[in-house]
Design a binder for this molecule. Sequence first.
Ligand SMILES: [Zn+2]
Length: 457
Amino acid sequence: MAVQILTADVLVPMDAARSVLTDAGFAHEDGTILAVDSRAALVAAYPDARARHLSDNVLMPGLVNAHHHSGMLRGTAEHLPVWEWLRLHIDPMHRVLRPEEAEAASWLCYAEGLLSGTTTVVDMWRYMDGAARAASALGNRVVTVNYVGEHPDYDYFDTLDDNERMLAEWTGAAGGRIMPWVGLEHPFYADEAGQRRAIAMAQEYGTGLYTHCSESSLDVELFLERTGKRPMHALKDLGFMDVPRLMIAHAVWLDEGEIALMAEHGVSVSHNPVSNMKLASGFAPVAELLEAGIAVGIGTDGEKENNNLDMFEEMKVASLLGKLRAMDAAAMDSWAVLEMATRGGARAIGQGDRLGSLEVGKQADAVAVRTDTPRMTPLLAEGPYANIHHNLVHAVRGSDVTLTMVAGDVVVDGGALVHASLPDLIARVRDLVPDLFARRSAYLESSGEQQGLMSPH
Ligand SMILES: [Zn+2]
């Protein structure tokens, strides 16, 4: 592929210096960034390159959604704390879910992500061949994390055999855009043999192990009751930290000793503020995690926990929640939030050298955000009132994304998908939902699950 140049009125490359450049962009070839510079310098350096300039746009790295579940339950499982929500809505859905439904959900959710600036998504979901097919076609990157239950009580989830097949068949596919990891819904969704095998698989394939943990205070109680230890200490003693990378979704309920242990073992975290607020899970100690040097990304969680997959909205909420938790308007500043959504998320998934910023040698994963809107006015790239970082976190919406590029391939242009028809993806989910809901209702009736509340696990 020949060299191409993409520039905009403003460039926020998210480099370590937190640079902001005007009338600038990058040159790329075969998906890799060759140069980051002013438009004039790029055109001079690559006079034969095909150059495209996006006026009234700011160019920044693609966002990394560090925690996500594809799904199609949006808005139908509201106003419940996490364990009841799992038992009454989510687990019954998993019992009846079919592969074609799982795949349709991934197509739609990845499309929603791309249209709002997400170029890499960590997706814990089911029947992940469909997810990998969706990402291959739509153009996003995906860390596939099978929703594994390897326990007699959770035998309706994916299995470690399914997960191992993903690792064997999809690692490196679609030019490296498909990145299979090992997943456990929760450490206790596997029995001891399952936990050992999950750890061994991550070691054998040199990949990450991903799980939900310390999301609600109940989680800590459960670990104390079963192991006599707080969750992170228990995970360490079970061997979960002996893998190339352990990543924890939520990590809300941690004490100081657990944070130190995570830092020591390179454990990374996805902070999911909307989900934590919506399910009333609590305030994650994000400032303390960052202070300890832990790689923290930001995630939307699923369509049922959020109820959208807009990483710009998630950044705003991360900022607001961090300020409220600290009772300090200066806490969780806009640059720190932008870093979590880009380079922090990339580091958290072990891709910090390839993704997360627009720098020479990294992948050409970029998004353009329109600036000719009331909410981006005024826009000051530099000077004492520079506000671009604040506007990107507090003002922009995902629908302001005009262009999304992954590995040099434009996958959203003019605010529309390039490689698929959005109306078709929506129609497919609309068609499938009634039957999925009917089967779930039938399961709930037959099991008597809807009556009374059982204690979790
Ligand atoms: Zn989740």
